[in-house]
Design a binder for this molecule. Structure first.
Ligand SMILES: [Zn+2]
Length: 380
């Protein structure tokens, strides 16, 4: 993109800005590059292109990679069978959708202006095929581990009759493969009266095969020709993206629904002893009010017990605090673009109250976190 821009600049005889500057401005527009779904796994591609000698050296690692891919898929199928036949077992997979934006519509100028980001964490229940979408916009929260943990906590704690959770996700280190999310799981076992075990398994990097990803394709398809001017507009699109066996359910997350599992985890647990990058299976068990945690690096290994997970001192009852005291401000440049679209009625008048209620702050840099790239960076 920067190369094209530079050649255009020389055509017009203007001085181009640096790559860094270009990158910063480009990212503030919330534009993303579409990554084809059937993208080949980087590791597999690299292995395919090796010489015969190189292949010999890397054979074992590649074999283990393919085995983890196979066993993760089998684990998912097994979880599905168990959950279908036992209502006390909750089995699901979850994933954050690529960033959605509002407004969205056919007008050309919407494309070029900064838009409000909307995040959707989708949960697919393997037992009953429920699709639950937790939805929030960037004035209510970010797209980090506190947000993801809070959604999953909310989902599980509101099912009081389950005794066992089996969940799967990709291995995104910034979102759910980390000590904050693990602290949430430990807290769940403490707070939930019937829950005894949580198994959290990760798909092998490059070979994520989750039902919630096909839910995202359905939402993308549905949204193609439908305009949306608010988070509620997106909620309507999501609800209507599936009819069989029933529509997706949308649950809004507001800033005061998001808990600070990050600092809660740091204060109460010692989880830095876990080799996060290499873990493919985390297991949490409660026996007689004592919660233990174990992990595996390969599905066929024995579980490694995590020793003395609790920090010294008893955790206080109200130790889990909210992550935010108020709505989050957005970057001034984005605020101005949104106001511009209100003023020229690109955004219809009945939505202006929503956009006028947004606060802007000049210290907010409008940089999107890396989108969905973290899975690939999770190299073993
Ligand atoms: Zn691969």
């Amino acid at each position: 993109m920067h190369k094209l821009y530079k050649s255009k600049c020389s055509e017009l005889n203007v001085h181009p800005v640096s790559f860094e500057k270009y990158r910063r401005v480009f990212r503030s527009y919330n534009l993303g590059f579409h990554k084809p779904k059937k993208d080949q796994c980087k590791k597999c591609l690299k292995y395919t292109n090796m010489t015969e000698d190189e292949k010999k050296t890397h054979e074992q690692a590649h074999h283990e990679h393919m085995l983890r891919k196979k066993l993760a898929r089998e684990a998912r199928d097994e979880d599905k069978e168990i959950a279908k036949n036992n209502s006390a077992v909750l089995s699901f997979n979850f994933d954050l959708e690529a960033v959605l934006t509002t407004p969205k519509g056919p007008t050309g100028q919407i494309f070029y202006l900064r838009k409000l980001a909307i995040y959707n964490l989708t949960i697919y229940n393997l037992g009953n095929q429920d699709g639950i979408c937790y939805l929030w916009d960037e004035t209510q929260g970010k797209r980090g581990s506190n947000e993801i943990s809070s959604c999953i906590y909310n989902y599980i704690i509101n099912q009081p009759n389950i005794t066992e959770v089996r969940m799967m996700s990709d291995g995104c280190g910034g979102q759910q493969k980390n000590s904050h999310f693990a602290a949430m799981c430990l807290k769940l076992l403490t707070d939930h009266t019937k829950l005894r075990t949580i198994d959290h398994r990760f798909f092998e990097s490059g070979h994520t095969e989750m039902e919630c990803d096909s839910l995202h394709s359905k939402i993308e398809q549905k949204s193609k020709y439908v305009p949306g001017y608010s988070p509620e507009g997106w909620a309507q699109i999501i609800r209507s993206a599936r009819t069989h066996p029933r529509p997706f359910e949308v649950r809004y997350m507001m800033f005061d629904d998001i808990f600070d599992f990050k600092s809660f985890g740091t204060r109460n647990y010692k989880l830095n002893q876990i080799p996060w990058q290499q873990v493919c299976w985390l297991q949490y068990v409660k026996t007689d009010d004592v919660v233990t945690m174990s992990y595996k690096k390969n599905f066929g290994d024995e579980f490694q017990r995590v020793n003395s997970i609790k920090s010294r001192g008893r955790p206080k009852k109200d130790d889990l605090k909210k992550a935010y005291d108020e709505q989050l401000p957005i970057a001034i440049a984005k605020y101005k673009d949104l106001q511009k679209m209100c003023n020229d009625l690109t955004i219809p008048k009945n939505y202006h109250n929503f956009y006028n209620s947004i606060k802007a702050d000049k210290i907010i840099r409008d940089n999107l976190p890396e989108t969905n790239e973290s899975e690939d960076s999770d190299e073993r």
